[in-house]
Design a protein around this ligand. Structure first.
Ligand code: SF4
Ligand code: SF4
Length: 138
C-alpha cells in the first residue's frame, strides 16, 4: 500500500519529504508534490518528515481520497530529488481547509532536479496541462 500526499501540501510544499525517500518517487507540481504509487515501496520513511502531516498511507480514508490524484499527476510532473525553495507564504496556508478546490495547480513544478527515466522521456508536456478531471478529487 503506497503512501500518498494529500491536499494539505498545496501551497505549503515544504519538501522535507523528498530527500528521505530511498527510491526518489516524489513528483513536483507547481504548488504541491505527489508520490508515484507504483514506485513507492511503502517504507514510511517520509511520513514523519512532513511538518504538516500531509503524507499518509493510501489505506487510510484521507489517503484513499487522494490516491488517484497522486497516480494521475506523478505520471507527468517531473521527479524531485532535492529540496527546493519553500514558498515564502507557506506558513499561512498550513491550516487552510479544502485547498484543492480553490488552489490546486495542475502545472508542473520548477524547482525540481529532473533526469531522464525509461518510458517517461517527455515530461515537459506537463507544463501546459489543463485541469481536466480535477473534479475527480474534490
Ligand atoms: S513535506 Fe509535506 S508539505 Fe512539504 S512537500 Fe512534502 S508532503 Fe508537501
Ligand atoms: S513511503 Fe518510502 S518509498 Fe514511499 S514515498 Fe515515502 S519514503 Fe518514498
Amino acid at each position: 500500500m503506497p503512501y500518498v500526499v494529500t491536499e494539505d501540501c498545496i501551497k505549503c510544499k515544504y519538501m522535507d519529504c523528498v530527500e528521505t525517500c530511498p527510491v526518489s518517487c516524489f513528483y513536483e507540481g507547481q504548488n504541491m508534490l505527489v508520490i508515484h504509487p507504483d514506485e513507492c515501496i511503502d517504507c514510511a520513511a517520509c511520513e514523519p518528515t512532513c511538518p504538516i502531516e500531509a503524507i499518509v498511507s493510501d489505506d487510510t480514508a484521507a489517503g484513499a481520497k487522494w490516491a488517484e490524484l497522486n497516480r494521475k499527476y506523478s505520471a507527468f510532473w517531473p521527479r524531485i530529488v532535492e529540496k527546493g525553495a519553500v514558498p515564502e507564504d507557506a506558513k499561512q496556508w498550513e491550516k487552510t481547509p479544502n485547498k484543492f478546490a480553490t488552489h490546486f495547480s495542475a502545472q508542473a513544478g520548477a524547482s525540481h532536479v529532473a533526469y531522464s527515466q525509461p518510458g517517461r522521456s517527455d515530461r515537459s508536456k506537463s507544463q501546459d496541462t489543463a485541469r481536466d478531471g480535477d473534479s475527480d478529487f474534490a
